[in-house]
Design a binder for this molecule. Structure first.
Ligand SMILES: [Zn+2]
Length: 231
């Protein structure tokens, strides 16, 4: 294992994710959305003087400078997280640079012109597919297959169905051949050439009782419980 050179000072802009009183003293503790290089955990800063962090609340963005402090108990000082880090300064605002980007090549950022999708991780919706899902939603309502539930207004119901069709059907990954959609399980081919997946014991317990036969859901015979005592 190589020992990385540890910088003794860092400055970063981050979001304050937690702030509160220290467990064993009257001082403050503050967790920020930034990690020391090589650390898996968000940095926690500690201090005694509450005035230092006055006005900095959860959700605020701050530019923080930290200085390497004492070595933690039972640590060798190989890693930056082996040390306490003293907060040299904290200022409101600044532009957040994701901590991963400090250590890894930057990820492509979505351009602001992309349509909103509800989550930053989702690709923009396909308008044609969305339109088709909307048509199916209306069709199912009109035909009485998915009627408007009591107490719901129509537009919201159409949108809900459209979104569900889009996310759960249109954009759902393709399942392998012989997949069981009823139980959401992949089937395996048995010695006799049929495709099936094992079902949970009748009583719902995960453990199979000694001597209890296995139950299988067999493709083309849905709803059957086929018992195989050969195990
Ligand atoms: Zn099944």
């Amino acid at each position: 294992m190589t020992t990385a050179t540890i910088e003794n000072q860092y400055q970063f802009t981050t979001e304050i994710t937690a702030k509160g009183k220290q467990q064993n003293s009257d001082g403050w503790a503050m967790t920020v959305g930034w990690k020391l290089p090589g650390s898996r955990y968000h940095l926690v800063l500690y201090g005694q003087d509450w005035e230092t962090v006055e006005g900095f609340e959860v959700g605020h963005t701050a530019t923080i400078t930290i200085q390497q402090g004492n070595l933690k108990n039972n640590k060798e000082g190989k890693y930056s997280s082996d040390f306490f880090w003293d907060m040299e300064s904290i200022e409101a605002g600044g532009e957040i640079v994701a901590s991963e980007e400090v250590q890894a090549p930057p990820k492509p950022k979505p351009t602001p012109s992309e349509p909103r999708t509800g989550s930053p991780d989702q690709p923009p919706p396909n308008p044609a597919a969305l339109g088709a899902c909307h048509n199916h939603a209306v069709d199912f309502i009109v035909r009485g297959i998915l009627p408007l539930p009591e107490g719901r207004e129509l537009v919201g119901w159409v949108r809900e169905l459209r979104d569900r069709f889009y996310r759960d059907i249109n954009q759902a990954p393709l399942m392998p051949l012989h997949y069981c959609y009823q139980h959401n399980e992949e089937r395996r081919q048995g010695k006799n050439g049929g495709w099936g997946h094992q079902m949970e014991p009748k009583d719902g317990s995960v453990e199979k009782q000694a001597g209890e036969p296995y139950a299988y859901c067999i493709e083309g015979r849905e709803g059957w419980r086929v018992f195989d005592g050969g195990h």
